[in-house]
Design a protein around this ligand. Structure first.
Ligand code: UDP
Ligand code: MG
Length: 309
């Protein structure tokens, strides 16, 4: 029988040894009335995450263990490839996202055949002022530059139909940015507010540096606009320099004003040199991605796969 499983839960895990058992128990208690499977992805954890997964191993639990850390996005892709449910949910292992919300999402999808994706978003962010400010700037920038829409506060916590999963599996790029990928594939989204719980155990994998790289990846992956920055700045500077040139000529010819300005020249050379280097750097960012993508490397490598069915 096709689609025997109603719901697949994709759970990317990196060093989550203290959460696996609690997560499995909570899911078991919450999902008494539906047929579901859990797909744990051990993303190259250096602690006992895999051991813990094997302890809870059951016929409705699949375990994919990567050969090293490939990142959450790679984990999601691996999970999607093996998900058998009619509905699929992406959820973190740390119980910051209560499994009960998945039931709410599922109900919504069942009652609204036109909606394909339910995305949870945080009404109130649980983070510092500076991170919050940077996130605001990031969303302003990316929405301005990119052709697809990014919703501020939308998380990776989503439940969606099979057709969405199939569309995402068709995007085989190595640099994966799931917020962008979900906007890119389209379909009808519904945004559901949720409250983020404190982490059950362990600590977050995000540092400020990590978030910054994530933001750059998001912009570079989904918009070629920064590449046009050089043309834009170049054009403006050229216009200004022509105007300035005319002013200097007029001053010299008609008013005999001598033009001084060693300091001005030094500043201008440094400024232009700086802008040029920034532009080259931006081109480099895109070029390096093109280089990596052209190698067509796999998104992840599996060391061990356990399916007890
Ligand atoms: N994660 C992963 N690979 C990584 C980093 C994180 O699979 O390289 C998983 C992590 O185990 C967790 C989820 O992604 O289940 C979200 O990570 P985290 O809780 O650190 O992020 P936060 O909730 O703080 O945004
Ligand atoms: Mg978390």
């Amino acid at each position: 029988m096709k689609n025997k499983i109603e719901l697949s839960l994709i759970v990317p895990c990196y060093n989550e040894e203290g959460n696996i058992k609690a997560f499995t128990t909570e899911v078991k208690n919450a999902f008494k009335n539906i047929s579901y499977e859990i797909i744990f992805i051990n993303d190259g954890s250096t602690d006992n995450t895999l051991k813990e997964m094997k302890k809870v191993s059951h016929k409705n639990i699949k375990i994919i263990s990567f050969s090293r850390n490939f990142g959450k996005e790679a984990g999601i892709y691996a999970g999607l490839e093996r998900a058998e449910g009619a509905f699929i949910s992406i959820i973190d292992a740390d119980l910051q996202q209560k499994p009960e919300y998945v039931l709410e999402m599922l109900d919504y999808l069942k009652q609204n055949p036109d909606t394909d994706i339910v995305t949870a978003y945080q009404e109130k962010r649980r983070e510092g002022l500076i991170i919050s400010l940077f996130k605001k700037i990031f969303y302003k920038l990316i929405n301005h530059f990119s052709e697809v829409d990014f919703v501020d506060g939308a998380s990776d916590f989503r439940t969606f139909r099979r057709c969405v999963a199939d569309a995402i599996l068709n995007l085989k790029e190595y640099y994966r940015f799931s917020k962008g990928i979900f906007s890119y594939v389209g379909f009808n989204s519904h945004y559901m507010p949720y409250k983020v719980e404190p982490r059950h155990s362990g600590h977050t994998k995000w540092s400020f540096n990590g978030l910054f790289k994530y933001a750059v990846n998001g912009i570079v992956s989904f918009s070629p606009a920064p590449l046009k920055f050089a043309t834009f700045i170049g054009s403006i500077l050229s216009i200004f320099s022509v105007i300035y040139l005319i002013i200097i000529i007029i001053q010299k010819l008609f008013f005999s004003i001598a033009i001084e300005g060693f300091a001005t020249i030094v500043v201008l050379i440094l400024l232009l040199g700086g802008i040029e280097l920034i532009c080259i750097g931006m081109i480099g960012e895109y070029l390096s991605r093109t280089y990596i993508e052209s190698k067509n490397r796999p998104i992840y490598i599996i060391k061990e796969y356990i399916d007890n069915k």
